[in-house]
Design a protein around this ligand. Structure first.
Ligand code: NAD
Length: 504
């Protein structure tokens, strides 16, 4: 294993200033406030375990305060009275303000989450900006339809006029995970605000810093008080209180399938709407006619990007038997060359995992795979002062029943299985409780498109992986979730349909 040197991070002025603040407060109705309990908790730099900030430990009463503020803003604030164009302009302004602070946001994300700086600076924070730009455009395109009916009992000389209206669903609770905090938050907030909803945001407990900064910047962009509210804290406390709250009309959730089930149970009380973006165990298939160099690089990136802490990570590789040795060798060589280090170090290609605990969880999965008979071709080690680094890992000799093949590891761990023909590859790829995304590498476009039809997944990539765009719906089939983020489909999550039928 390469020697792991953790250099002290050097931050820009604005990120340093933000990290010097005492305890970061929560927001309700334009007022920054402390948790009613008076309790706070630490947030850590995952590379070193050093405390980099204190957050309010929000509870039931704090959630209630934020919900009351969001309800007031939805029922009687300026937001619902604004024209779509005015809302659109504010969303565009939010994008501008985020873009102007992109370096600070990327640095805060790296300090809090661990990711290599380039991931936030060039992929995720620009991705968040694009969400606000895209949904700024859609805010002015929320349209119903006029519907000709066959109703024929209206009085003589009268007509029936029927149409639909799309109305904002109301008060939305947005609960998000820690792997790509800011962009996943933007994927909820931008469509919710475009639809005219008001929001209570509950970020993940270990990565809340960019959420605090985001809502500050949203205020700066002119979003009226109460339209965005923030409660920090733990899932079983603040998250559960938000999911249960009867004043919330909808929960937009991204996170694990296990928590998704808990959210569904909690939502029963007032039958609030729920959308769920959940876990994955996404297959990547390499066909014998693939551009081998591109496929090897693409498959390596599909699992190692952001340390594999990506819901659509290509964590199961199915490769044609004729080339599997070459592919395993190629991906392992890439894995071994990946430079691990503090995310703020310019040379770092892969930072730590989000926490010591998560590092241990990933290591346990690798050990479990080894005990079940898997062979480690590369990686499989934990490292760093906080035990939060896991080296890029490739496992072969796996069978479909192993936990390492069936369960989401959420780390840089790839399992490789050879196949002999396309039917076998598709059956193996579809043999999962998850169905979030899939990839196929082939130079035959017809073949690729046939695979796309037969693979059970919310998104299929051909000759690529993780190609995100604010315009492209993303979400899961099977236990990977309900509903879609991004694209026009996401806007529908935040709208209710009303039918109006009149005799005129
Ligand atoms: P998690 O489910 O543990 O936590 C997600 C959020 O839910 C956090 O804010 C947490 O505080 C909150 N939470 C936890 N328990 C809760 C409860 N009982 N009630 C309400 N809220 C609660 O997930 P995680 O470990 O933070 O994130 C990793 C998971 O997210 C992975 O499974 C990954 O695949 C998934 N994910 C999915 C997508 C997607 O688009 N499908 C995107 C990114 C991540």
């Amino acid at each position: 294993m390469q020697e792991l040197k953790i250099s002290s991070p050097e931050l820009g002025d604005s990120a340093s200033r933000f990290l010097k603040k005492d305890t970061h407060k929560m927001l309700a109705g334009g007022e920054w406030f402390d948790a009613g309990s008076g309790e706070s908790f630490d947030t850590l730099d995952p590379a070193t375990g050093t405390v980099i900030g204190k957050l309010q430990r929000g509870g039931e009463a704090d959630v209630d305060k934020a919900v009351v503020a969001a309800r007031a803003a939805f029922e009687s604030g300026p937001w619902p009275k604004m024209t779509p164009m005015e809302r659109s302009q504010i969303l565009w302004k939010i994008a501008d303000v985020l873009e102007a602070n992109i370096d600070e946001l990327a640095e805060l994300e790296t300090m809090d989450q661990g990711k290599a700086l380039y991931v936030g600076r060039w992929a995720e924070i620009p991705g968040a900006v694009n969400q606000f730009r895209y949904f700024s455009g859609l805010a002015t395109k929320i349209e119903g339809t006029t519907i000709p009916t066959s109703i024929n009992y209206q009085p003589e000389g009268k007509e029936v006029f029927a149409y639909t209206r799309k109305e904002p669903i109301g008060v939305v609770g947005a609960i998000v995970p820690w792997n790509s905090p800011l962009v996943l938050t933007a994927m909820k907030l931008a469509p919710a605000l475009a639809a005219g909803c008001t929001v209570i945001l509950k970020p993940a407990e270990n990565t809340s810093l960019t959420a605090v900064r985001l809502v500050e910047l949203m205020e700066e962009a002119g979003l009226p008080d109460g339209v965005i509210n923030l409660v920090t804290g733990f899932g079983h406390e603040a998250g559960a209180a938000l999911a249960e709250h009867k004043g919330v009309d909808k929960i937009a959730f991204t996170g694990s399938t296990r928590t998704g089930r808990a959210i569904l149970n909690a939502a029963q009380g007032n039958l609030k709407r729920v959308t769920l973006e959940l876990g994955g165990k996404s297959p990547v298939i390499i066909m014998p006619d693939a551009d081998l160099e591109a496929a090897i690089g693409g498959a390596a990136n599909a699992i190692f990007f952001n340390g594999g802490q990506v819901c659509i990570a290509g964590s199961r590789l199915y490769c044609h038997r004729s080339m599997v040795d070459k592919v395993v060798e190629g991906i392992s060589a890439i894995g071994q060359q990946i430079k691990l280090g503090h995310g703020m170090d310019a040379e770092t290609q892969m930072g730590p995992l989000v926490s010591k605990e998560h590092g241990s969880r990933v290591a346990e999965y690798i050990e479990d795979g080894k005990k079940a008979g898997a062979s480690v071709v590369c990686g499989g080690e934990t490292a760093g002062p906080n035990g939060s680094f896991v080296t890029p890992t490739v496992l072969t000799d796996v069978t479909p029943d192993m936990r390492i093949v069936r369960e989401e590891v959420f780390g840089p761990v790839l399992v490789v299985t050879p196949f002999d023909d396309a039917d076998e590859a598709i059956a193996a790829a579809n043999d999962s409780d998850y169905a979030l995304a899939a990839g196929v590498w082939t130079e035959g476009l017809s073949n690729g498109l046939r695979f796309a039809n037969r693979l059970k997944a919310g998104t299929v990539w051909i000759n690529g992986h993780a190609m995100y765009d604010a315009a492209l719906p993303i979400g899961g089939m099977k236990q990977s979730g309900w509903g879609r983020d991004s694209g026009q489909a996401a806007l529908e999550n935040y709208l209710d349909l009303k039918t109006v039928c009149a005799i005129i």
